[in-house]
Every structure is written in structure tokens, then in C-alpha cells.
Write a protein that binds this ligand. Structure first.
Ligand SMILES: Cc1cc2nc3c(=O)[nH]c(=O)nc-3n(C[C@H](O)[C@H](O)[C@H](O)COP(=O)(O)O)c2cc1C
Length: 383
């Protein structure tokens, strides 16, 4: 299947599955433990219905919105995902260019294969940065200064990864992240020669084969291998350092909202890390309304986890999200077709949001309110 023949994120995932070695596909796909949370994220979206409004003029549907002070062409952005380089050598600079063309923000991950400055040079569009706290504040401080100097406007602090997560697919497949070339992976690469050539040699010539082969990620070893738990004291410290909008990512606890607001947080991402960290954590869509209620308009609330369709985005907005983040789908798109694959995904998602809004009688993002979706029990009673 070619990129142009992909008609959904699921189609791009199917292409990715054929192109990637199994271990790499699993490293993107997998969740923690029994993958209960991974499945719960999706199930929560599938349970909700969208009730279309009647007699609404939808000739001009306006997808534009603002989140965290940024104008967005559509109410979604690309989530921070480390290890994108294992899907395609286009990786972060390519994703940044595609996001800029689509007019949606890209959150560069702390475990990016490319340094933040190089990604910023590649992108003309809005760039946000995701930070893991290093136990040594000096290291974090230096990184935050670099990110600010490179022009990233919003800082996302991820708080849900205090220890290394237990992802059994990776353990069974005998790989560890960041990806290093083990005999087993080399063997798998022989069966996926196109992927292996791209992974080892790249296409843009900017990365030396040796660097790619050893996956010696800039910032990576320090920033991700020594992640520490985040305390409110850390948050207060970071708030002093970072002048732009500050967002906390990985919140599932409405009781944490008030202290975050006290500490000057501007945004909250309701996230369980795409089911990759604490297995049995609740589905993000299920806790979103509580967090939105606790924030009461004093901070913007974003959500991620399992978002694959325009209908999912409309459901999340109806439950109070300001915008959504999309993770794995753009890694699949990268694997399926590099930067052009990401272009295709963004086009598909945009068209889906547009079509959903038109069919549901929602001419603008502001029109998407709680009345658009109904929980299943009420639907059943009323049916
Ligand atoms: C391969 C991979 C790497 C990720 N790396 C990071 C990361 O470095 N920092 C972070 O905050 N979240 C990371 N995430 C989580 C995403 O930001 C996001 O929360 C999650 O993928 C959303 O769920 P979805 O993949 O179902 O869309 C990663 C996710 C994946 C799949």
C-alpha cells in the first residue's frame, strides 16, 4: 500500500507494521505490563457517541483554535515521542517540517535523536519542548536555557516516569531503548532491508552511520536514563527558570490541580503516557472531566492517549480539552513514508476533524461543548 492509498491512521499503521522489524514495531506499539491502560484509552473513546446537532449551517467549518498562547490550524498537536529515529531517519526534523506545513504544534521529546537547535532550524511552525528532570539541576538548567534560546515557546514537564517502565514486549524481543544494534536486531534488519538501510545510513546525510548505529542520542542518556521523581519544589524551581507557558504532562489526579495552579502552571496534559508506564492507570478520557472541573478555566487542559480519529478529537474537546496530542500515529506515519507519511497523517486527521464537525453540526471549535457527547448509560436510558 502506498502513502496516498492510506485513508486513516490505521492504514498508516498497517504499512508501518510491514516495514519495521517486529521488535521496533512493538517498541512503538507496546504498553506496560498487561497493557490494560493501553486498551482502556481506546475503549473510553469507543464508548462515547457524538450526537449531531440539527439545523446548523456548516458550509464554513472553522478548525482553528488557540492553545497555550499558540494559534493552531486544528485542535491537535504532535505528542513528544522519543526514539522517533528508529522509525525513520527523517525523524524529528521531518516531523517538525510536516507539523509546520499543517500549522499544528510539535512537542519535541526530551529523548529526541536530533538536538533541539537542529529541529528548530528545520521548522517554520510552532515548537514546544518536553523536559524530563535530571537529578542534577545544572544539567536541566543548561538544557532549558538552550531550548529557550532555540525559540521553543512552551515547556512541557513530564511527571509520570519516575522509574524505568516495565514493557514486556521489549523484554521479550530482547531490545532496550534507545535502540542499539544487537545481533538479534541485525538479523531482524536483514529481513527488513529497506528499514535497515535507512536506519544505518539515513537519507539526509546529516547523521553519521556510526551515530545512528549506536543511537548515541543527544541529551538522551542523561535526560532519560536518570529521570527523577518530580516534586512541587522542583516545579517551583522550574517556574522561576522558565518564563514562557509551563505545562505539566502526565496528570491523572484532579487533586494535583490546585497545587499546580498555585505554582503558576499554565497547562495540564491528562496523560498516562499512552499506557506505557503505570499499567492499570485509568483511561485518560475518563479522568479528563474531573481535571477540567478542578482547573475551572484557570489552566488549559490537553489530553492524549489512543487518539486515532477526528471523532476522538471532537469527543475530547466536548469533555473539556483545549486540544489533543497524538503520539503513535505519527511514528507509524514516519515508518510508512518518512516526512511525507506525516504530511499524509496530518491531512487525514485534519479532514476527519473537519468532516466530523460538519456532520455533527459544529461550525467552530467553540461550538464543541459537553452536549455533543453523552455517556453510555444516559444514552441507553434515553434510547
Ligand atoms: C515510542 C514512544 C516514545 C515516547 N516518548 C515520550 C517522551 O520522551 N516523553 C513523554 O513525555 N512522552 C513520551 N511518550 C508518550 C507520548 O507523549 C504520549 O503521551 C502518548 O504516546 C499518547 O498516546 P498515543 O500514542 O496513544 O497517542 C512516548 C510514546 C511513544 C509511543
Amino acid at each position: 500500500m502506498r502513502i496516498q492509498d492510506a485513508h486513516s491512521a490505521a492504514d498508516l499503521r498497517r504499512i508501518a507494521r510491514r516495514r519495521l522489524p517486529r521488535a521496533v514495531f512493538d517498541a512503538v506499539e507496546g504498553g506496560a505490563g498487561d497493557e490494560l491502560t493501553l486498551a482502556a484509552n481506546r475503549a473510553a473513546f469507543d464508548r462515547l457517541c457524538i450526537r449531531p446537532r440539527a439545523f446548523v449551517e456548516v458550509r464554513d467549518v472553522d478548525l482553528r483554535t488557540r492553545a497555550l498562547g499558540e494559534a493552531m490550524a486544528a485542535p491537535f498537536a504532535l505528542a513528544p515521542c522519543s526514539f522517533a529515529r528508529m522509525c525513520s531517519s527523517d525523524a524529528e526534523p521531518g516531523v517538525a517540517r510536516a507539523a509546520a506545513r499543517a500549522g499544528v504544534p510539535y512537542v519535541l521529546a526530551g529523548g529526541s535523536g536530533a538536538p533541539p537547535e537542529r529541529v528548530a532550524e528545520a521548522a517554520a511552525g510552532p515548537l514546544w519542548y518536553q523536559l524530563y528532570l535530571h537529578p542534577d539541576r545544572g544539567v536541566t538548567e543548561e538544557l532549558v536555557d538552550r531550548v529557550e534560546a532555540a525559540g521553543y515557546r512552551v515547556l512541557f514537564l513530564t511527571i509520570d516516569t519516575a522509574v524505568k517502565p516495565h514493557r514486556e514486549r521489549d523484554l521479550r524481543n530482547g531490545i532496550d531503548l534507545p535502540l542499539t544494534i544487537t545481533p538479534r536486531l541485525a538479523l531482524a534488519g536483514l529481513r527488513r532491508p529497506r528499514w535497515a538501510r535507512d536506519f544505518l545510513l539515513g537519507t539526509d546525510g546529516s547523521e553519521s552511520p556510526l551515530k545512528a548505529a549506536t543511537a548515541a542520542y543527544d541529551n538522551f542518556a542523561d535526560a532519560v536514563m536518570h529521570i527523577k521523581s518530580v516534586t512541587l519544589e522542583d516545579l517551583a524551581w522550574l517556574r522561576e527558570r522558565w518564563r514562557g507557558p509551563l505545562v505539566v504532562k502526565g496528570v491523572l489526579d484532579a487533586a494535583a490541580v490546585e497545587p499546580m495552579l498555585d505554582h503558576g502552571v499554565d497547562g495540564i496534559v491528562v496523560s498516562n503516557h499512552g499506557g506505557r508506564n503505570l499499567d492499570s492507570a485509568p483511561a485518560t478520557l475518563d479522568v479528563l472531566p474531573e481535571v477540567v472541573a478542578a482547573a475551572a478555566g484557570r489552566a488549559e487542559v490537553l489530553v492524549d492517549g489512543g487518539i486515532r480519529r477526528g471523532t476522538d478529537i471532537v469527543k475530547a474537546l466536548a469533555l473539556g480539552a483545549r486540544a489533543c496530542l497524538v503520539g503513535r500515529p505519527y511514528l507509524h506515519a514516519l515508518a510508512a513514508g518518512g516526512e511525507r507519511g506525516v504530511d499524509r497523517l496530518l491531512e487525514l486527521l485534519r479532514n476527519e476533524v473537519h468532516r466530523t464537525m460538519a456532520l455533527a453540526g459544529l461550525p467552530s471549535v467553540d461550538a464543541i461543548d459537553a452536549g455533543v457527547v453523552r455517556p453510555p448509560d444516559r444514552q441507553l436510558k434515553e434510547a
